[in-house]
Design a protein around this ligand. Structure first.
Ligand SMILES: Cc1cc2nc3c(=O)[nH]c(=O)nc-3n(C[C@H](O)[C@H](O)[C@H](O)COP(=O)(O)OP(=O)(O)OC[C@H]3O[C@@H](n4cnc5c(N)ncnc54)[C@H](O)[C@@H]3O)c2cc1C
Length: 389
């Protein structure tokens, strides 16, 4: 007889580990299946740091979710004793009409979030490592900062295990099908049944969720660590913010303070500008010309960088055409399957609230959180019978 669960969670990366925690904390019998080991580096939730911020230039609709995510991150730190969130402040910089500045300001004003607008002179005075052009400004937000993705995933896995979830690593889902009122799931090891399936496949969405009809674009992204000229002293997180900088050509890049001590350097990266890939074909080698391009770009607003190149690592974005997430009941299986995918390079700061939403959807069929923006119907080229076009 196959083992039976209330909910099976596919993928135990950022979103799936949070879902496993929230589901099992509510008393559900949970099985989690993960293709690789715990906290691995082959998906989208590794690399030591992720930006978090509230004045969200992508859309003000994200702000209530962020406010809840902040609360849940605090609880997660308290419940596990792990170092997860550091609110060192953040600068969203560029020309006043850039998406980064104007969009952040719109969210700050819409939701009455504490913020300041700094002109170029004030940016240089307060943050001497940064050298804006005269016509550049920044929205400064003290509640921005960085999260540690590996500690976040480990914390959620730890809490899920503590609450009795069965988490199976190195055991990929091969296929699933509707079974009685729920689902039946096959791996190389066994067959399992459950009332509900929650699919959090990250960059494997084109393979696992092709029937959503969403044209995902999987993108290779590179993170770079540089040792600044003069050392990391001025970049310490107690006196340096995270930053997102949009240049006049619309290119966004971002950086972190030196969060892991004097030898680990400062991490910077382009936001977007990646190359198309799949989880199987992604080029993991980072080439000299890429390091040189990042170095010369960041030098324009942070002249102590690039300094000395230390290392680089690759990661994948799972983009939707409008760069908004997909979080919903599966349109073709609305009674038994919930999906969370297409996080488009900005999902990590939402991880715990996505876990909460997925638990709501799987256990009650609905959520009080505002997730209208994430409805897959807006993007799908497939329409299930009876589903609105
Ligand atoms: C370089 C980079 C920088 C980023 N910076 C930020 C940032 O600053 N701020 C921010 O908020 N977000 C950021 N993001 C985005 C954020 O990290 C992602 O949105 C988030 O990590 C996605 O989580 P996920 O659970 O969807 O994917 P993952 O964490 O990759 O999890 C998916 C999991 O599914 C597993 N899986 C796949 N197929 C199967 C199968 N068949 N069976 C079982 N398991 C399977 C995979 O092994 C994987 O573990 C960044 C992403 C990258 C790559």
């Amino acid at each position: 007889m196959s083992p039976t669960y209330d909910v099976i969670v596919i993928g135990l990366g950022g979103m799936g580990s949070a879902a496993a925690h929230h589901l099992s904390a509510r008393g559900a019998r949970v099985l989690g299946l993960e293709r690789y080991g715990p906290v691995h580096r082959r998906g989208s939730s590794h690399g030591g740091s992720r930006i978090t911020r509230q004045s969200y230039f992508e859309d003000p609709a994200y702000v209530p979710l962020l406010l809840r995510a902040y609360e849940l991150y605090e609880t997660l730190e308290r419940d596990t004793g792990r170092d997860i969130a550091t609110l060192c402040g953040g600068l969203m910089a560029g020309r006043p009409d850039s998406r980064t500045v104007a969009g952040s300001l719109l969210s700050a004003r819409t939701w009455d979030l504490p913020h300041e607008i700094l002109d170029a002179k004030e940016i240089r005075r307060r943050f001497p490592t940064l050298t804006p052009e005269d016509d550049e400004v920044a929205l400064h937000e003290t509640r921005a900062g960085f999260l540690r993705p590996e500690n976040t995933v480990a914390a959620h896995l730890q809490l899920a295990t503590r609450a009795g979830a069965d988490l199976h690593f190195e055991e990929p889902l091969l296929r699933w099908e509707p079974y009685r009122d729920g689902v039946r799931v096959h791996t190389a090891e066994d067959t399992y049944t459950a009332g509900q399936l929650v699919v959090c496949p990250g960059a494997w969405a084109p393979r696992l969720l092709a029937d959503l009809g969403v044209p995902f674009g999987i993108e290779r992204q590179v993170m770079y660590w540089f040792q600044p000229d003069g050392g990391t002293g001025p970049f310490r997180p107690d006196n340096h913010p995270i930053w997102i900088w949009e240049t006049a050509d619309g290119v966004q890049s971002y950086g972190f303070p030196a969060l892991d001590g004097p030898d680990q350097g400062v991490k910077v990266a382009f936001f977007r500008k990646g190359t198309v890939c799949t989880p199987d074909t992604i080029e993991r080698t980072v080439h000299e010309h890429e390091v040189a391009a990042m170095g010369s770009h960041v030098a324009r607003h942070a002249p102590a960088l690039p300094g000395r190149f230390l290392k680089a690592a690759t990661c994948m974005y799972s983009n939707t055409p409008d760069e908004h997430f997909v979080i919903a009941r599966h349109p073709a299986h609305p009674a038994s399957v919930t999906v969370a995918c297409g996080f488009s390079g900005h999902g990590f700061k939402f991880v715990p609230v996505v876990g909460e939403i997925l638990a709501d959807l799987a256990l009650t069929g609905t959520t009080a959180h505002p997730i209208e923006l994430f409805d897959p119907h807006r993007l799908s080229t497939i329409h299930a019978p009876g589903v609105r076009p």
